[in-house]
Design a binder for this molecule. Structure first.
Ligand code: UDP
Length: 368
């Protein structure tokens, strides 16, 4: 006898949203995770009153009102706006690239002055159809911005020359001719008051959850316990790497509790220079306007990925995409398994996109 309708492998956002929707439809779910906590990479650890984003900074943003309303069911959001800074060769610049950045770079005070410089540099570069990230950046923002704020950061982040990276990565960086340091263009943005754990707890309320469970150690028994499976882990691992390993980029986080109330005056400061081994320092209290007498900072070091490390970013080159398509073809033949999330779909998803995707899959599942 199957005890559950759905076995959900992975307690990250995809798994939790799906479990919540299934439960609302009267289905009985078991959510398992190999980590010792739920929440996947949005998990926060409370360190003396400060919510520390253990797996990297997560700032919620979306343009979709229905997704915003969905997350607001579980927690109220504060009015945090992400306005990162970048340090390059000893100077501080505002991000994303906007009129403040242009003033810091060239002393330009009007949009026309700044546009003049950028357009001239784009023309000098002369590429019409960019084939890689370097060409994409040069054709969007010109040489000065690329060399001061993009090239070294990007090569450090991905461990690869910018000429070998796909152009789409850089399309994430907006350019604005206004004095506006808001990193995101989205209508809705903020950090959940009480932390992301509150959302996860809300999603999983009343649902059976088991942490410290490695699916692959008890695969047959676990699968036999439910009518259907939702898998959010690595897709290549699910199929025993039969088409070879998919590659990822990993990160190492170095957390420090400091006896000062304010270390850097902002939640996110990026470090562009290649001789600084980390890409950014996060000061967590600023996400929630914390007034604690101490502070917690996290240095984020990009790292090559090996199977025992956490897989953070899919590496989207042709080889990996080809391999992924082979795995994907197998998933389409499965009738009792649903695949979703960053690792199972090998996709650079943001939180709001994961939620939208889980809601869509749940809708399809429960409308039939
Ligand atoms: N990036 C950059 N300079 C910066 C920040 C980002 O060149 O100061 C580029 C880099 O290629 C990075 C991409 O923009 O991989 C996306 O960065 P973002 O911080 O938006 O994404 P995240 O790493 O938080 O998912």
């Amino acid at each position: 006898m199957q005890k559950y309708d759905y076995l959900i492998i992975g307690a990250g956002l995809f798994g939790c949203v799906f479990a919540h929707e299934a439960t609302k439809k009267g289905k009985k779910c078991l959510v398992i995770d190999k980590r010792n906590h739920i929440g996947g990479n949005v998990y926060c650890e409370n360190v003396e009153g400060i919510n520390v984003h253990k797996y990297g900074a997560h700032i919620f943003h979306t343009n979709d009102k229905s997704i915003w309303d969905y997350v607001n069911q579980f927690a109220e959001f504060n009015n945090y706006i992400n306005s990162p800074l970048s340090i390059s060769k000893g100077k501080l610049y505002n991000l994303p690239f906007n009129m403040n950045t242009f003033y810091q770079l060239w002393g330009t005070k009007t949009p026309a002055e700044a546009k003049n410089i950028i357009d001239k540099q784009i023309k000098e570069h002369g590429v019409k159809t960019p084939k890689n990230l370097e060409e994409q950046a040069l054709s969007l923002v010109g040489k000065d911005i690329y060399e001061t704020l993009i090239k070294e950061y990007t090569e450090k982040q991905w461990g690869t020359k910018a000429t070998k990276l796909p152009a789409f990565i850089i399309k994430r960086l907006p350019v604005r001719y206004t004095f506006n340091n808001n990193y995101f263009n989205d209508r809705y943005q903020g950090i959940p008051i009480g932390g992301y754990n509150k959302i996860i707890d809300g999603l999983l309320q009343g649902i059976d959850v088991k942490t410290n469970v490695d699916f692959f150690e008890n695969k047959d028994e676990l699968i036999a316990s439910a009518k259907k499976v939702v898998y959010t882990g690595k897709i290549d691992e699910f199929y025993n790497f039969k088409f070879g390993n998919l590659e990822y980029r990993s990160l190492r986080f170095e957390h420090q509790n400091l006896a000062t109330d304010n270390h850097q005056g902002n939640a996110v400061v990026n470090y562009n220079d290649s001789n600084v081994p980390y890409t950014r320092i996060i000061e967590h209290k600023h996400f929630e306007f914390g007034k604690q007498p101490h502070t917690v900072i996290t240095k984020e070091y990009p790292e090559d990925w090996t199977p025992e490390k956490e897989a953070y970013y899919p590496i989207n080159n042709d080889d990996n995409q080809k391999k992924y398509q082979q795995y994907k073809a197998l998933t389409l033949k499965e009738s009792n398994i649903i695949f979703g999330g960053r690792l199972a779909e090998y996709k650079y998803y943001d939180m709001h996109q994961i939620i939208a995707s889980a809601l869509q899959k749940a809708k399809t599942e429960f409308s039939s």
